[in-house]
Unconditional design. Sequence first.
Length: 247
Amino acid sequence: MKTGFLTVALAFPLSLHAGVEIDIARFGDSLGGWKKRDKTLTVDYPYAGSEYRTYKPEITPTPDNGIFVTVRIDHRRGFFQSNDHAVLEVTYSSDGSVASAQSSIALQGRIITSDLIRIGTSAGAKLNAVDRAVKIGSDLVADLSSKILREKAVEAGRVSFPAALRHNYNLLYRAIRVIPEAVEVDPLPALPAPEQPPEPEEPREPEEKIPEAEDPETTKPDHTPSEPQDPSTPDLEIKPYGASGES
């Protein structure tokens, strides 16, 4: 019995690229734990003596395998006062480093927008990924804080709003996961099955030889049998002519 080939191979070669993603569950747990609210996930938490609410981030991939993350953050002012709203926007490169950050805060119709914070190529080359994230976060908070003060905001939750944004910014960075680059793998060739010893042949029974039939016409006896004699008839003695005995 012969067996076929044993195939040990991958069905499809891997052709993925390096990338980055946000661990949404980890980010929510670091703030206090997600809860379902109006068909979306939110988390409420105190910070610097005020109450804030963060919504589940919206994530968009970028052409260079990075991601653009948008996070909505509310300053909860109470039942009889309208909440303040802020949007934190952060762009991450494919290696997980922060490429840029920007934020805007709406205070009762007044919108305060920060500059787009990024680090130049020459300065960024001297910093590692963590130092870049710290530098961009610090510059973002400083820019927002100075603009809020110019608006003469004195309410505690509004004054600490930039710090609450920085709190979310830091925890978001800690939830970053870098997807390693997958090496393209060719399928392995098919391996032949091990050779099997030949099976023993079954012994055959000897064939019985059938004698050939004789042809009655061609077969003749060596002599012709004598005809049977009638026992009632005496044998005739034949003597030559002129033999003795005659008178």
